[in-house]
Design a protein around this ligand. Sequence first.
Ligand code: ZN
Ligand code: ZN
Ligand code: ZN
Length: 259
Amino acid sequence: MRLVLLGTGTSFGVPQLGCDCAVCRSTDPRDRRTRSSALIEAGDSRILIDTAPELRLQLLAAGARRLDAVLMSHEHADHVAGIDDLRAFTGGGRPPLPLYGSERVVEFLRGAYRYIFDERAEPHAGTSKPKLTLTPVEPDRAVTIAGREVLPLAFEHGHAVVLGFRIGPVAYVTDAKRVSAEAIRALQGLEVLVLNALWWRPHPTHQSIPEAVEAARAIGARRTILTHLTHETAHAELAARLPAGIEPGYDGLTLEVSE
Ligand SMILES: [Zn+2]
Ligand SMILES: [Zn+2]
Ligand SMILES: [Zn+2]
């Protein structure tokens, strides 16, 4: 199984528009972060998590030529705004691409992207729109998606609830503020955990780095990769400060995980 972190930045991305801080001016390519998303290639299955605003650029960089399913963590713009880029993978006689998310996210997408999901919204002759289907999934109920067992798990995120996803030895959790005891139990025995951390100080809707470290320790994955990072942490400096087994992700980081 291969996990590719397509994007590892917070909602502003790094560098942040209009900012001249040291991290935004850094020449370390790992300090250039597009919005968070990931690709899991398991056997013949290609599963995308989230459609970040830079999705086209991310998938070009990863060399992705095909997708089989898309898992949506939640409805915030930094996780869905690239949805139209999925058009490149549909049409031309190919079947629609299935999207999965919570009931709330499915309803949001139907309303926010009516031109995609309302069957009465036909594209003008000679033009196209993404051909996507929406299927709600429930937390704690494993489903088979693109031939793989996927376990959705719920996490508190301010007014929103995000879904994290476990696929065999890998789990991807972004935008969580709290990791419940139930989730910690469901995430035992992981090879790789991708977990969100914003910055060192507290934030009302995201885990801080110390909170993420505490959750990572309780889960105990062999390797934990932090994502959704901001311009407050230079990659190299953060890597040096984190305990063993926990490391900052960066755009394009690719992990081969044995199943
Ligand atoms: Zn986010
Ligand atoms: Zn900055
Ligand atoms: Zn969010």
